[in-house]
Design a protein around this ligand. Structure first.
Ligand code: NDP
Length: 454
């Protein structure tokens, strides 16, 4: 059941991807994301040629703007350090550019182009008025003092502030960018612009943040998995779940899974995996959250504290589970990991991270009839609540936790329904990846076609 294309669609798709590769050398993750989306989109446009006018696909695959800049900052020891910063403003047809900032040594322009490209369709799926963007730096916040992180953020924003604004481009957090970094970035924006406005989301609750924003990506991903299971008459109750990562997305995925009666047996960080056969219950999950959010500790400390098994440098996909939640980073599940998951009985995969499964892994899931919730649908809860934060900032009011959670659940259900509508196959199985690509594409395409050739 992996994607089958007509000859015409295959030829067009291969030609487009060839042009993408030639024009964007050394950016394999961007090539991968473009291929994954464009295969489905081109198959769709061969049946709906009205969407193949005005060079639409060629324009869609080209970022509107890529800004790159030097970020110089001083270490506590007086050393001068130089990093590179970027903001990719990929597509603004549906609203101000919106997407997180990632601070991690592995960040390149290609990483951010893949993330910004994915963000276009994800933001479209939420039904809110947001274009697609992403940014970040090859700066590594790990091991830096708060004062060093502050000086870095101030230097980063000193350049970025010219390009962002509440109605222009509204960044948020991502890997390495949490509440601390958002605070420093916002402070510098306010100093430079003399404006107190919703230029960033993920802000502290005391000065413009939204309730549930911190939890939204993890919670939303679990809601999406619940929607997929409910459609086939099943639920998350008593399901054994494996989660990768132990950052923002992973921690709130674990929290919501516990709330819904599932059992989480694994979590990880870049050092290794903990396998807790008894389950990371709410008390242990709260301890883990404190370890990661407040003490900036390592996952092996969890194993020491609770007597769980620790597998250094391991990955969680060999641990048997019913549902898998990859929530760390891109390409963490390749073909062989996907095959192991299927062999061990995994029935459902909901992607909390962006592009955690390779194209070959997705094909394995599709062929095995696994319920596969692709990132741009399953992890859209974070940006959806960012959109709700922007709305509250514009109105200068705050909704309650219950109000925001109800809106989040409703948005995830709408995304699920859109995927079902566009991802129906000849069997009862839903191709959620195709559904998300097409549903996300149609809205952006309509906006681009009516806004003229720009
Ligand atoms: P965090 O920085 O809070 O956590 C990332 C987690 O993944 C950490 O446990 C980290 O371990 C681990 N990790 C990161 N890189 C690697 C790697 N190369 N190998 C192994 N483990 C790794 O990030 P988030 O939780 O915010 O983001 C996780 C994923 O979710 C990313 O793909 C992000 O783009 C995506 N996402 C996040 C959203 C959000 O609202 N935050 C919204 C939508 C998607 P360590 O600490 O050891 O580095």
């Amino acid at each position: 059941m992996s994607t089958t294309l007509s000859d015409e669609a295959r030829t067009k798709s291969e030609a487009l991807i060839e042009r993408v590769v030639a024009k964007n050398p050394g950016e394999p993750e961007f090539h991968q994301a473009a291929k994954e989306v464009m295969q489905d989109v081109i198959a769709f446009t061969t049946e709906h040629p009205e969407f193949a006018q005005q060079g639409l696909l060629e324009r869609l695959i080209e970022p509107e703007r890529v800004i790159s800049f030097r970020v110089a900052w001083t270490g506590d020891d007086g050393s001068v350090n130089v990093n590179r910063g970027w903001r990719v403003q990929f597509n603004g047809a549906l609203g101000p550019y919106k997407g997180g900032l990632r601070f991690h040594p592995s960040v390149t322009q290609g990483t951010l182009k893949f993330l910004a490209f994915e963000q276009i369709f994800k933001n479209s799926l939420t039904g809110l008025a947001m274009g697609g963007g992403k940014g970040g730096s090859d700066f590594d916040p790990k091991g830096k003092s708060d004062a060093e992180v502050m000086r870095f953020c101030q230097s980063f924003m000193t350049e970025l502030f010219r390009h962002v604004g509440a109605d222009t481009d509204v960044p948020a957090g991502d890997i390495g960018v949490g509440a601390r970094e958002i605070g420093f970035l916002f402070g510098q924006y306010r100093r430079l612009s003399q404006r107190f406005e919703g230029v960033l989301t993920g802000k502290s609750l005391d000065w413009g943040g939204s309730l549930i924003r911190t939890e939204a990506t993890g919670y939303g991903c679990v809601y999406f998995a619940r929607n997929m299971l409910e459609r086939i008459g099943d639920s998350l109750k008593d399901k054994t779940c494996v989660v990768s990562g132990s950052g923002n997305v992973a921690l709130y995925t674990i929290e919501k899974l516990n709330e819904l009666g599932a059992k989480v047996v694994a979590a990880s960080d870049s050092g290794g995996v903990v396998y807790d056969k008894e389950g990371i219950n709410p008390e242990k999950a709260a301890w883990l959250k404190d370890l990661k959010e407040n003490r900036r500790g390592r996952i092996h400390e969890y194993a020491d504290r609770f007597g769980a098994e620790y597998r250094p440098e391991g990955e969680p996909w060999t641990i048997p589970c019913d549902v898998a939640f990859p929530s760390a980073t891109q390409n963490e599940i390749d073909k062989s990991e996907a095959e192991t998951l299927v062999k061990n009985g995994c029935k459902c995969v909901a992607e909390g991270a962006n592009m955690p499964s390779t194209i070959a892994a997705i094909d394995v899931f599709k062929d095995a009839g696994v319920l596969f919730g692709p990132a741009k649908a399953a992890n859209a809860g974070g940006v959806a609540v960012s959109g709700l934060e922007m709305a509250q900032n514009s109105m200068r009011l705050s909704w309650t936790r219950e109000e925001v959670d109800a809106k989040l659940q409703s948005i995830m259900a709408n995304i699920h329904n859109a995927c079902v509508e566009h991802g129906a196959t000849s069997t009862d199985h839903i191709d959620y990846a195709r559904g998300a690509n097409i549903a996300g594409f149609v809205k952006v395409a309509r906006a681009m076609l009516t806004q003229g050739v720009i």
